[in-house]
Design a protein around this ligand. Structure first.
Ligand SMILES: [Zn+2]
Ligand SMILES: [Zn+2]
Length: 143
């Protein structure tokens, strides 16, 4: 049974595929891609930035960035292309986050682990204290 879904671009009902959009939208995307590629593959345009491509082709920034993200446009070939870091919006060309955000997240994670460690140690110390108190208490009672 083919799985039906609404196309996130146009809202039409479509049979789910690996592209995540319907055939009509996909064909349109292909046309846009052709346009962008036609422009940027020219030697003098290889180093064009996204703003230049938007201006020359009329294709939206978002669409161009998606082509880059999907690997249809390669930054090894076109060094000034990129897409936005999911955290701060800076232009990047690999992964989901820029180097800064990656480092920030890593140090956040470290800080988190540290507070966890401190919390655990305190809990253990509290447990020990409670235990000591309890045994002293029973001892007193026994006496
Ligand atoms: Zn669609
Ligand atoms: Zn970032």
């Amino acid at each position: 049974m083919p799985e039906l879904d609404n196309c996130p671009k146009c809202g039409r009902l479509y049979v789910r595929n690996i592209h995540g959009i319907c055939d009509v939208c996909r064909k349109e995307e292909d046309k846009l891609f052709e346009k962008v590629y036609e422009f940027i593959r020219k030697r003098e345009n290889r180093t064009a930035g996204i703003a230049q491509i938007v201006e020359a082709t009329g294709v939206s920034e978002d669409t161009i960035m998606r082509f880059v993200k999907e690997g249809r446009l390669r930054t090894t070939q076109f060094p000034n292309l990129g897409y936005r870091c999911e955290r701060c919006g800076r232009l990047i060309n690999k992964g989901k986050l820029c180097q800064d955000c990656l480092e920030n997240i890593q140090s956040d994670l470290k800080a988190h682990t540290k507070t966890e460690e401190i919390r655990k140690k305190r809990e253990e110390a509290e447990k020990k204290a409670a235990h000591t108190y309890y045994s002293v208490d029973t001892k007193i009672k026994r006496d």
